[in-house]
Design a protein around this ligand. Structure first.
Ligand SMILES: [Zn+2]
Ligand SMILES: [Zn+2]
Ligand SMILES: [Zn+2]
Length: 758
């Protein structure tokens, strides 16, 4: 006989882990116990040496689908004689730390039950078990127990109760366990015309959608707006009502087979679609499918996802076609979560609401993932991921709240050796968004039982996240440079403390010299950085207006490259710009008035894209860049000339020669596909070239590719290809490369900075 004690850490609570361990142990004749503790699960096991080895091996490989084992450590125990293997209830063992798992997509067994006419949960939209169902979005406090969820008001019927209390049942301790007898129910309401009751809410919603209407659907982490994705009129109607110019809509399909019809999927993409997080997966859509082009005009990408609650699955079954499912909000306000709020905010947008009576405790938008150059990369980390922690290589000295950036805001709380991202907040531009931010921070502090002692924020004084930090008392404040945070967020994924040469490419971010940065080559440690290189700045005539009217950026670039004499008559783009606007912008540049300098690589994409595609206006951040990426042909392999000024401090990449060559190409009628390919190649060659020059001086440290620009697969893989034979290249996986990922970098920087001082 032998004994072992196994400590398992990761997402192992609330996912059916203990019953699974018990079944495994009993199957192998192992005795002992399993229980939750503050950091995961503790197993004590007794059997023969051989059986224990087998038990350990299966613990490592066979965990339930929603569990994520971060570490598994076993130590020897004095053998004891036990008669059985038991699950010890953690309630007896004092308070727990964070025990709330992320929301989990419906498992196969529950889905089968919902679709089986003989099952007592047939057609029941709130079916769940220990391996699936709502978690974070229904939690109102800790520990994670039914009484501390929005299921508290539903009393379990006898059948549910017996499932809940039976260790052998797959609903043992499934906190949101419910059935049609005792659980939440659906309701249908027309908007604007008072109450319209229906005995079949799902059916009524399906009829409305099939007839081309727009429905607001209360789901897991908030409301969606839905319409028939194959109906161009319905999609256009939704677009108009939602005031969402041209931003792509996500589409939910009933299963993997339906997804395959709409897009060519790689193995990684299929795995992501089916993962328990069920994110929206950005994939290349097939041509000539039933999906209306209006769903994602202007980009060959489409965001697909599969149903993650029985409600969604049943709705898709009833409608029988793919549905646009987009967060219910206007422009970039937070997603709606309550019925009252939905009635108020969706009036005039949705024709009707599909409602239910289980409250959403915490808003949580859908997550977005994309496979970039072979690597699944989380672009928006929210539902399904939150609040699963990142394990830090070394613990932070004091709890840190990192407030994140301005656009695509996500905050992060680091405590001990874990970092917890909050849900996706969105663009912090409105009062509603700020309120959501404050509410989400407060709730995360509650469920983590933590009072931050350090607050990290961006250096930009105008950001609402910065103002929030400055207004909060009782904590030490640390301002963190935006691109330093980007690089450290990439380092955090691999537990690297530096030095790392970070290429932080994005649209904008406050530098420490008063200009806007975004084409940065930073030598980074957690507590400091050195700016070794950048791109030659472009002037933004009119400031922020230029982000939308991208022709202004193109004009400034030409003004710079042609010494104040841009060859406008050769360029079709400027035929689309009013003459007086051109004169005004020219004046701003000549007099250097309201034309701040910006180093962002994203601005080069805007300028070259505007010229090559003849597109004067970008309707949302990144629109031109995405079109420009997909315009590139794959045959053109050459690039434009560029210069690197190595004597400057920091060294500077100068693309003026490329601008002149591009004008030549346009004059000669070169197709946009070749121009785009050359541009991408140029940026990749210049960036890899400067990186290599710098690495020769500083030594062979790892290179991190970070910032929103690295969502561009072409650029990302090209630079990686040029550097990876000689250097270790760090790319984002679980932490978003864009501004949604910087909070973890901010937290680590603040901690290291104060640690050094102490
Ligand atoms: Zn289930
Ligand atoms: Zn029941
Ligand atoms: Zn950024």
């Amino acid at each position: 006989m032998a004994g072992i004690r196994v400590e398992i850490r990761g997402t192992v609570q609330g996912v059916g882990f203990r019953p699974w361990v018990a079944r495994l142990a009993r199957g192998l004749g192992v005795t002992g116990s399993v229980r939750n503790d503050a950091r995961g699960v503790i197993v004590e096991a007794f059997a023969t040496e051989k059986d224990l080895q087998l038990f350990l091996q299966q613990l490592r490989v066979d965990a339930p689908p929603a569990a994520r084992i971060v570490s598994l450590r076993s130590t020897a125990l004095e053998p004891e004689t036990r008669t059985e293997f038991v699950i010890e209830l953690s309630e007896k063992r004092g308070p727990k730390a964070l025990s709330i798992p992320p929301d989990l997509a419906t498992c196969e067994q529950c889905e089968a039950e919902v679709l089986d006419p003989a099952n007592r949960r047939y057609g029941y939209a709130f079916t769940n078990c220990t391996s699936c169902g709502p978690r974070f979005t229904i939690a109102t406090g800790i520990p994670y127990d039914r009484a501390q969820t929005t299921m508290a008001s539903f009393e379990m019927c006898r059948a549910c109760e017996s499932e809940y209390t039976n260790v052998e049942d797959r609903r043992f301790h499934a906190q949101p366990n419910a059935c049609p007898e005792c659980g939440p129910s659906l309701a249908f309401a027309m908007l604007g015309e008072g109450v319209a009751l229906s005995s079949n809410p799902l059916g009524a919603t399906a009829e409305l959608l099939k007839a081309g209407g727009v429905a607001g659907i209360k789901g897991l982490g908030g409301f969606h707006l839905a319409c028939d994705a194959s109906d161009p009129v319905a999609v256009e109607l939704l677009r108009e009502r939602k005031r969402r110019d041209q931003k792509p809509f996500a589409v939910m399909v009933r299963d993997l087979g339906a997804a395959r019809e709409l897009a060519k999927l790689s193995e990684e993409e299929e795995a992501l679609l089916l993962s328990p997080e069920r994110p929206i997966v950005l994939v290349e859509r097939r041509k000539g499918t039933s999906i209306a082009p209006e769903v994602s005009p202007d980009t060959p990408l489409i965001g697909l996802f599969l149903p993650y609650t029985p409600l969604h699955r049943l709705l898709l079954e009833a409608v029988g076609r793919p549905l646009v499912m987009t967060s219910a909000n206007v422009s970039d306000e937070p997603i709606c979560k309550d019925e009252e709020e939905a009635r108020r905010r969706l009036e005039g947008i949705a024709d009707a609401l599909l409602l239910h009576d289980r409250d959403i405790a915490m808003r949580c938008d859908d997550s977005v993932v994309r496979v970039i150059a072979g690597a699944p990369t989380v672009m928006r980390r929210s539902r399904g991921f939150v609040p699963r922690p990142f394990m830090l290589r070394s613990p932070v000295a004091r709890p840190v709240l990192a407030c994140g950036a301005h656009l695509k805001n996500t905050f992060c709380i680091a405590v001990g050796d874990s970092a917890y991202f909050g849900p996706h907040i969105g663009d912090l531009e409105t009062v509603a968004a700020l309120e959501f931010f404050e509410e989400a921070v407060a709730r995360m502090e509650t469920i983590l039982s933590v009072q931050p002692e350090v607050i990290a924020h961006d250096l930009h004084p105008g950001y609402l996240s910065t103002r929030y930090a400055l207004a909060r008392s009782g904590a030490e404040l640390v301002g963190v440079q935006h691109h330093h945070a980007h690089v450290v967020s990439a380092m955090a994924e691999r537990g690297i403390v530096g030095p790392v040469l970070g290429l932080a490419f994005d649209g904008t971010g406050a530098g420490i010299d008063g200009t806007s940065w975004g084409g940065e080559f930073l030598l980074c440690f957690h507590d400091r950085f050195e700016r070794l290189g950048t791109f030659r700045p472009i002037r933004l005539a009119g400031g922020n207006v230029a982000m939308r009217e991208v022709w202004r950026i193109a004009y400034a670039l030409l003004h710079d490259a042609f010494d104040g004499e841009p060859p406008l008559e050769d360029l079709p783009l400027f035929k689309k710009v009013p003459l007086d606007a051109l004169r005004l912008v020219n004046q701003m540049l000549e007099r250097d008035l309201n034309a701040p300098r910006a180093h962002g690589v994203g601005r080069y994409f805007d300028a070259f894209g505007a010229l090559g595609l003849e597109r004067p206006v970008s309707s949302y951040e990144g629109q031109i860049a995405v079109s420009w990426d997909f315009a590139a042909d794959s045959e053109t392999l050459d690039s434009y000339p560029f210069e690197i000024d190595g004597a400057a401090t920091p060294a500077q990449i100068d693309l003026r020669p490329s601008v002149r060559a591009l004008v030549n190409d346009i004059v000669e009628g070169t197709p946009p596909g070749a121009i785009s390919a050359r541009f991408h190649r140029t940026v990749a060659r210049a960036s890899a070239g400067l990186a290599e020059t710098l690495l020769q001086e500083i030594g062979p440290v790892p290179v991190a590719l970070t910032g929103g620009v690295f969502q561009n697969a072409r650029l990302c893989s090209d630079i990686e290809l040029q550097l990876s034979s000689k250097y270790e290249v760090l790319r984002h996986r679980e932490v978003p490369p864009g501004d949604g990922g910087i909070a973890i970098g901010q937290a680590l920087i603040a901690d290291a900075f104060l640690g050094d001082k102490g």
